[in-house]
Design a protein around this ligand. Sequence first.
Ligand SMILES: Nc1ncnc2c1ncn2[C@@H]1O[C@H](COP(=O)(O)OP(=O)(O)OP(=O)(O)O)[C@@H](O)[C@H]1O
Length: 341
Amino acid sequence: MNERMKKIKFVVNPISGTQSKELILNLLDGKIDKARYSWEVVYTERAGHAVEIAAKAAEEKTDIVVAIGGDGTINEIARSLVHTDTALGIIPCGSGNGLARHLHIPMEPKRALEVLNEGCMDVIDYGKINGTDFFCTCGVGFDAFVSLKFALAGKRGLLTYLEKTLQESLKYEPETYELETENGVSKYKAFLIACGNASQYGNNAYIAPQATLTDGLLDVTILEPFTVLDVPSLAFQLFNKTIDQNSRIKTFRCKQLCIRRTTPGVVHFDGDPMETDANINIQLIQGGLRVVVPRAPEKDAANVLQRAQEYMNGIKLMNEAIVDNITDKNKKILKKLTKKV
Ligand SMILES: Nc1ncnc2c1ncn2[C@@H]1O[C@H](COP(=O)(O)OP(=O)(O)OP(=O)(O)O)[C@@H](O)[C@H]1O
């Protein structure tokens, strides 16, 4: 019964998501099991700082480093924790929270703290894209393009993301990619290629709905060129976990994937953009990261409502974007016509 007191380090990203981090920190004293855990809190001061904080924590044999942030913060922490005895904990506080949602970690901070108290551990896979670790998803094409725009826009939140996505999708030109896996070579013209370690981008947008974190495999989703008429079903199926059933989608699993494109460009890893050369090498590493997970993942009834709301928001923004696009095109046509007169 004489269990050693465990050390937790909470790493707070002050700019992630839109939630107040102070409200969460105020809960620690009342919620954390003081008989089992001692803890300290560190704020990140810049992008990349969490990598250093987590590396030091692992060296000091801290038991759990908890990300109070989103997938970007988790990525920075987790890449310093892979293949160590230090586990990752998550108090979801980002705009998307893809990994936390996949793991069924509650979005409500009080309940996420209870998961930490339960102290149940799992060991999950992670991936590498041109040597950079990812834990949730990575990809090329339109979603990488949007993550770049999103990073440049500097605003965070679901609505901003959806708005950006839908508006940009109307202008985006699909590229041709050559794909090589352990099973052979194929060529696709694609709007995007997403590689899932986890099943979703975040916000319950399931781009690789069959992905699991412990099978040692990448779930690859290819979205081929589509028209405006396909958007409602694609959007619905994305949130309904059935996008793999859409006729514009191809899926497969592999351990390693090489994506060759005609020119260098941008990729994303866990939603953050990165420039790479024309050849992109992606691999999956099985069982590298210890993570604190709920003992009994609950199915959240609110998810259905939330998904429906996200879908409705998406449709509304898409309609606005289409109207803007048509208005813009009409203006151009009018200009041409008036020039000819
Ligand atoms: N103190 C800081 N100042 C500026 N940027 C920071 C700081 N700390 C961390 N960052 C950067 O903030 C970025 C965004 O963080 P994070 O991904 O956690 O939030 P999010 O984008 O709102 O959530 P999600 O990825 O779940 O959508 C990270 O990529 C990280 O590098």
